[in-house]
Design a protein around this ligand. Structure first.
Ligand SMILES: [Zn+2]
Length: 696
């Protein structure tokens, strides 16, 4: 058989993909990039220093869709091949030599680097930020997709704007470049890390500086417009930092720590080494704090600085070592802040979710590299909680310390970790591994009895559930007399969520009058219909200090008591709610569909609501409004254009939702005619998507 040259070429590239590059060791990367916000391009160079471990003729770097302008090895031109994915260098190199590879390149990244707000006229909303994990740093920097290749980096950024550049390591220099209006930002990472953890964020950011008790500088970034939200957003940051250092028992392994909130981020947060980038939907006020705060994500990303950044998985089969650990340590930090009830009841919630997928035969083993996030994060946290319990607290802590110290700045596997736990405990943990890491099922019975034993209020909950059984209408008889003595807010919330629709108005009224904020919230969230007898108490919820409570109360009161709609709207007109504006957009929607309400204002309500679908707004707000407008049939042409734009958005689940809404819209003739009418207003990419969707 003879293979075609193209096929040989593809096979060659394929072999490179599968190959572990173990004959070379890259030790340092000196990166210089010009972030060109006019052309949305990265123009850069990188010089790598590497050791040859054993003689070789060829080696490669990952570099996606770049224009490679120059490649030099030890300051001389060198034979190379570029495949749009890999840069392959051909050169015989002897072992035990030190070499320098220089690459100059240019690229307009389709992913990994996101430029936002540069094409509108809104001052101060321009940002550039990166997401390297799962998106590959090699889209903007010739580097290594293989997590095993760790090195130190010097990162130099040049920008024509006066915005700060925030990146990995220590800022060693800022400068204005001679004869130009460009600014230089120079960062230094002293310790080695994997390429996927290289990242940067640029924008109109100010910072607040703290120091951990151990002396590590912590920088908390924010946009000037959010200065009053800095305290609630970053509340407990120093406590979390101090707690994790103490609990993990190994000092924070890097020079400093920074956190930057950005617009339209792909996830909740990303643990770039020393530089967490997170969603600005966590930039909140004090009222939002009770329902949706940054504490868990704050602790999770910080825990990754040890679990993921200091010790990094060799491959995704060992992903538990990242996500399970970060999730578990974040829960421990929350336990320290908010108490045992908070911790154990939250674990009960994740156990219920895992039980339900396990019962549907959708359970996944933690060792399965293709497992979903519920498995890696929540089952992963559970596996650690149960291991902690099995080996005991002091063995667990010693095992963690040994593991982190032995493999610091290296790569790890699950067997590496389990070996340390076996060594320190003297136990054979193979049964634990079978039960928790290899079995796709979730051991609900075991965790339920663990929770009942650890937490008195959870124990009480299951006792009461057993007494009430299927006779839900008897729940009140079981609970009424003991309600005050139940104590735990979490217990009351869960009983309300389980039985509120079977409680009498008298009992509901007592609960609303005496319950705390979260218990009252549980009432309004669970009630399918508000009984007329408790109308007044329910109206009181409109002034509770919780945006979740007010949203649910407004929606349900408006639905159940039509005579008072105008009053409810008057009472809540000034509220905005969470960063996604949940209250404002609900209010506008209800105001529009309440016939007699401020008729003269309707056009401006309509315009404001439709305006929130524009690309300058956060995708969470846009999605809410697309859905509300879909329900009330109120799409303006501008909104339709925004909907088509959203169909190409970089946040995958938003894009998918927008595409689903558009498809639905196109199902009827009228909708399809309206979309065709706005066709000339669309850009090339949007037209192409529409052509494909319309089948034309
Ligand atoms: Zn994580």
């Amino acid at each position: 058989m003879k293979l075609s040259p193209t096929l040989i070429f593809f096979l060659f590239v394929h072999l490179l993909n599968a190959q572990v590059q173990d004959k070379v060791d890259f030790v340092h990367g000196n990166v210089g990039v010009y972030v060109d916000v006019d052309s949305l391009k990265i123009k850069g160079s990188v010089e790598y220093t590497f050791d040859v471990i054993s003689q070789l003729d060829t080696f490669f770097l990952d570099a996606q869709n770049m224009k490679i302008l120059k490649v030099e090895l030890n300051e001389k031109k060198v034979d190379h091949l570029y495949t749009t994915k890999k840069l392959v260098i051909h050169k015989k190199l002897k072992s035990s030599t030190k070499n320098k590879l220089f690459i100059q390149y240019e690229t307009q990244p389709k992913q990994t680097v996101y430029f936002l707000g540069w094409d509108d006229d809104i001052p101060g909303n321009d940002q550039v930020w990166t997401q390297g994990q799962g998106k590959y740093t090699s889209h903007w920097l010739p580097s290594f997709d293989d997590m095993m290749e760790k090195m130190t980096f010097d990162l130099n950024f040049v920008l024509q704007e006066s915005y700060p550049v925030i990146s990995n390591g220590k800022l060693v220099k800022t400068d204005t470049l001679p004869d130009s209006k460009a600014f230089l930002w120079q960062y230094d990472m002293q310790k080695p890390m994997s390429s996927y953890l290289v990242g940067f964020a640029i924008g109109d950011f100010h910072k607040k500086e703290l120091k951990s008790t151990s002396g590590v500088p912590i920088e908390l970034y924010y946009e000037p417009k959010d200065s009053l939200k800095v305290e609630p957003t970053y509340r407990h940051t120093q406590h979390i930092f101090d707690f994790l250092e103490k609990e993990i028992g190994v000092p924070y392994p890097w020079q400093n720590y920074k956190q930057v909130p950005v617009q339209d981020f792909l996830y909740a947060g990303m643990e770039n080494t020393t530089c967490t980038i997170f969603s600005n939907q966590y930039v909140i006020d004090s009222t939002a704090f009770v329902d949706k705060n940054y504490v868990n994500v704050n602790a999770h990303e910080l825990a990754h600085q040890w679990f993921g950044d200091l010790v990094t998985e060799t491959s995704s089969e060992h992903h538990w070592l990242h996500e399970g650990f970060a999730t578990y340590y974040a829960y421990l930090a929350e336990k320290d802040l908010f108490g045992e009830d908070h911790f154990y009841w939250h674990l009960l919630g994740t156990a219920e979710a895992l039980k339900s997928i396990s019962e549907d035969d959708q359970g996944e083993a933690l060792r399965n590299p293709g497992a979903g996030s519920l498995t890696f994060y929540e089952k992963g946290a559970w596996a650690l909680a149960m291991l902690h319990e099995r080996v005991g607290d002091s063995n667990f802590k010693q095992g963690i310390r040994n593991y982190l110290q032995k493999y610091a700045y290296q790569n790890v596997t699950i067997p590496n970790f389990m070996q340390e736990m076996e060594n320190v405990s003297g136990m054979d943990l193979s049964e634990f591994e079978r039960e928790w890491l290899e079995d796709p099922n979730f051991r609900y019975v075991e965790v339920q009895s663990f929770l009942m034993q650890k937490n008195a209020s959870i124990n009480r909950f299951f006792e009461l559930k057993e007494q009430i059984g299927e006779r839900l209408e008897t729940a009140e008889n079981h609970l009424k007399d003991i309600w005050d003595s139940l104590g735990s807010s979490q217990l009351k919330q869960h009983l309300v969520l389980a039985y509120a629709n079977h409680f009498s108005p008298e009992f509901l009224s007592i609960i609303l009058r005496t319950g705390d904020l979260k218990v009252r919230q549980a009432v309004i969230l669970s009630l399918e219909k508000i009984p007329a007898e408790i109308q007044q108490e329910a109206e009181g919820l409109l002034s509770d200090q919780s945006y979740t409570t007010i949203e649910s109360a407004l929606y349900k009161l408006w639905g159940d008591f039509p005579d008072n709609r105008e009053k409810y709207l008057d009472d809540t007109e000034e509220l905005e709610g969470f960063p996604n504006k949940n209250l404002r957009v609900l209010w506008l929607t209800l105001a529009l569909v309440t016939p007699g309400y401020n008729p003269g204002m309707k056009p401006s309500y309509f315009e404001e609501l439709n305006g929130y679908t524009g690309p300058e707004h956060h995708f969470e707000t846009r999605l809410l409004v697309f859905q509300y407008l879909n329900t009330i049939g109120g799409y303006s042409d501008e909104t339709l254009k925004n909907l088509v734009e959203a169909c190409g958005h970089h946040v995958w689940h938003f894009k998918k939702s927008a595409r689903d809404i558009l498809k639905e819209f196109l199902k009827n003739k009228e909708g399809s005619a309206r979309i065709k009418a706005i066709y000339p207003l669309l850009n090339q990419q949007e037209k192409q998507y529409l052509d494909k969707t319309l089948g034309e």
